[in-house]
Design a binder for this molecule. Structure first.
Ligand code: ADP
Length: 241
């Protein structure tokens, strides 16, 4: 029998309405689900179905119009600004479609950057270097450490973004369509890498995706349509085709 696993994220009847000129966009319409620690979760559905909006609310980049988002059992709406900052630095890692790398920093410095932002990471410089070097080797960029992001291909930049998201050892990594800008070979390599991190470190990965390959390997697949859940299944992948 499977051991009872800990719920790490839960959404309770969440709505998101964006004002748009004189009208409103109802992006998320009463969504509820639980995410279990250590799972590899795919939030799938057509463009405009609310995937990014849900990721942004879990990542405290956006707030629900109505309903509750809980992380580690705590409602994010009840947190103070400094608690949100801590949560975003220590519990959450982000991989954006546009990578968001800092152009004037080299690859090593880009990956190191989140550690420098938060004084609570009590590593020595040598320990920090060992961990960053390990991540750089894992994402296969040993020869690119001192290069700037604009010298790298899209696939390589995505790998930097993954290493940067993992550098703080977050409990949860949020990835908005992480393979959308990659060809299929690079896309598969990125998925393999994240799956390896999921197994080795126990990081919970939450993706928004159109990509059936990600859906096929996920432990938990939530399918959205028009801001509502049409399917929510754990340990059984669903087809989005
Ligand atoms: P997906 O990630 O599935 O493509 P989104 O969450 O990006 O979907 O968008 C859901 C709906 O909300 C879409 O109709 C989109 O146009 C709208 N939307 C998203 N963000 C905003 C915003 N900041 N302002 C107005 N409408 C938005």
């Amino acid at each position: 029998m499977e051991q009872e696993k800990e719920t790490i994220v839960s959404l309770e009847d969440v709505y998101k309405v964006y004002p748009l000129g004189k009208t409103e966009v109802h992006a998320v319409k009463g969504v509820s689900f639980d995410i279990v620690k250590g799972d590899f979760i795919s939030i799938a559905g057509p463009s405009g179905s609310g995937k990014s909006t849900i990721l942004n609310m879990i990542g405290c980049i956006d707030t629900p119009t109505q309903g509750t988002v809980k992380i580690n059992g705590k409602a994010t709406s009840g947190l103070k600004d400094n608690e949100i900052t801590l949560l975003r630095h220590q519990t959450l890692g982000f991989i954006f479609q546009s990578f968001n790398l800092i152009p004037v920093l080299n690859i090593y410095e880009n990956i190191e950057f989140p550690l420098l932002l938060d004084k609570s990471f009590k590593q020595t410089k040598a320990e920090r270097k060992e961990w960053i070097d390990y991540l750089i080797a894992t994402v296969g960029l040993d020869d690119w450490k001192t290069h700037r992001p604009n010298e790298l291909s899209g696939g390589q930049r995505q790998r930097v973004a993954i290493a940067r998201a993992l550098v703080t050892k977050p409990l949860i990594v949020l990835a908005d369509e992480p393979t959308a800008n990659l060809d299929s070979v690079n896309g598969e390599a990125i998925i393999d890498l994240m799956k390896k991190m999921n197994k080795d470190v126990g990081t919970t990965f939450i993706f928004s995706t159109h990509d059936q390959t990600i859906v096929d390997i996920a432990d938990h697949v939530i399918i959205l349509k028009d801001g509502k859940i049409v399917s929510d299944e754990r340990n059984k992948s669903g087809s989005i085709r």
